[in-house]
Design a protein around this ligand. Structure first.
Ligand code: ADE
Ligand code: ZN
Length: 364
């Protein structure tokens, strides 16, 4: 079928500074924090809705784009407003083919941007609540991932709990996932953090851990009790990675703990159409300087002006004042944080090091 992404052009603000564009184009990249439902561009939403006979609450692609300037009086309200748009947009997904198409479309972009490895999060609960079979979601996503191997792109799946939904529903999701256990690498926690702290999920995480899932959880930016949530995710949920987690820089002891444990943090400097630069760069820069294993991620590339990883990196490089060595290190952090066998991780890291060395030699 025709690529659903074709008519989408990334919107770069003309005022954005960029750096190291040539170097970044072919740098081998990895992304660990990306929601497949957040890759849906206005064009994809319109095409899939048409195919499934669904009437969207928007008249045009332009109307969908216009709704993407998320605001809120504080970070909690901002996240709530963003999630309302995100949750509305995913309602068009009904069939295994829909999931296959959006996975493959995204991974095609990864191929074009030399994103060699992606860990893709997905949110089963809102889909199964609408009557979509768990199997259709997995079969579809896995079909897209398998087809993308021919493009030189490797991907794995992270199944996420919607933290604002009842815990029972997340236990059902874990039960539903049993026949597909070998097709899902990780278990995560996303959606609305306010009122849904990590302690709500102690038993769920213990069960997921006993089933051998690799564990991560969102600790979204500037939420209530942000630092305590990061600590609870580490100590109580026993996660290996933290999604976002950039409030860690407020607490020296926490930074030391993250360093000691080698925890990978998947930061997202995404920006909205009205932003003049990537957000959160000062803290990401501090995390990098403190030698935390911080990575750069697009989170929801169809829903932010920042777009996909390859598209956003030149502005992140400029605003973070990152050198080519720094940018290579950020990608090494991502490959080292990847839930891949040791040899695969080492091979990717070596590719990044070789690329940097060859780049420097060519410029002597
Ligand atoms: N779902 C998609 N993106 C998310 C984010 N940044 N935080 C929480 N839930 C999300
Ligand atoms: Zn996220």
């Amino acid at each position: 079928m025709q690529r659903l992404r074709d008519s989408f052009t990334f919107r770069k603000s003309t005022t954005l500074k960029t750096a190291h564009e040539e170097f970044l184009k072919s740098l081998p990249k990895a992304e660990l924090h990306l929601h497949i439902e957040g890759t849906l561009t206005p064009a994809q939403k319109c095409a899939i809705a048409r195919r499934n006979g669904i009437k969207l609450p928007y008249e045009s692609e332009a109307d969908i784009l216009a709704a993407q300037n998320y605001i809120g009086k504080d970070a909690a309200e901002y996240l709530k407003n963003f999630l309302a748009f995100y949750n509305e947009g995913m309602k068009i997904l009904r069939t295994a083919q829909d999931f296959r198409d959006i996975a493959l479309d995204h991974l095609r972009v990864c191929g074009a941007e030399n994103v060699r490895y992606a860990e893709i999060s997905f949110d089963p609960q809102p889909h199964t609540d609408r009557g979509v079979a768990f199997g259709a979601i997995i079969e579809g996503l896995r079909a897209g991932i398998d087809e993308a191997k021919a493009l030189g792109v490797e991907a794995q799946l992270i199944m996420c709990i919607n933290r604002d939904m009842p815990v029972d529903s997340a236990f059902r999701m874990l039960e539903d996932s049993k026949p597909y256990r070998d097709r899902i690498i990780g278990f995560g926690l996303d959606s609305l953090e306010e009122g849904n702290p990590p302690t709500k999920f102690l038993d769920l995480y213990a069960k997921a851990r006993s089933e051998g899932y690799r564990l991560t959880a969102h600790c979204d930016v500037d939420q209530t009790d942000a630092v305590a949530h990061i600590r609870d995710c580490l100590d109580l949920l026993k996660v290996e990675r933290i999604d976002h987690g950039i409030n860690c820089v407020e607490d020296e002891r926490l930074v030391d703990q993250l360093l000691e444990r080698g925890v990978c943090l998947t930061a997202c400097p995404t920006w909205r159409p009205s932003d003049t630069m990537p957000r959160r760069m000062d803290r990401i820069r501090v995390m990098h300087e403190r030698k935390l294993k911080v990575t750069i991620n697009s989170d929801d590339p169809g829903l932010f002006a920042s777009g996909t990883l390859g598209a956003m990196l030149p502005a992140v490089a400029a605003e973070g004042r990152f050198s080519e060595e720094d940018l290579a290190q950020l990608m090494i952090n991502a490959f080292e944080g990847a839930w891949l066998p040791r040899e695969r991780r080492d091979a990717y890291v070596e590719e990044v090091r070789d690329y940097l060395a060859a780049w420097k030699r060519a410029r002597i």
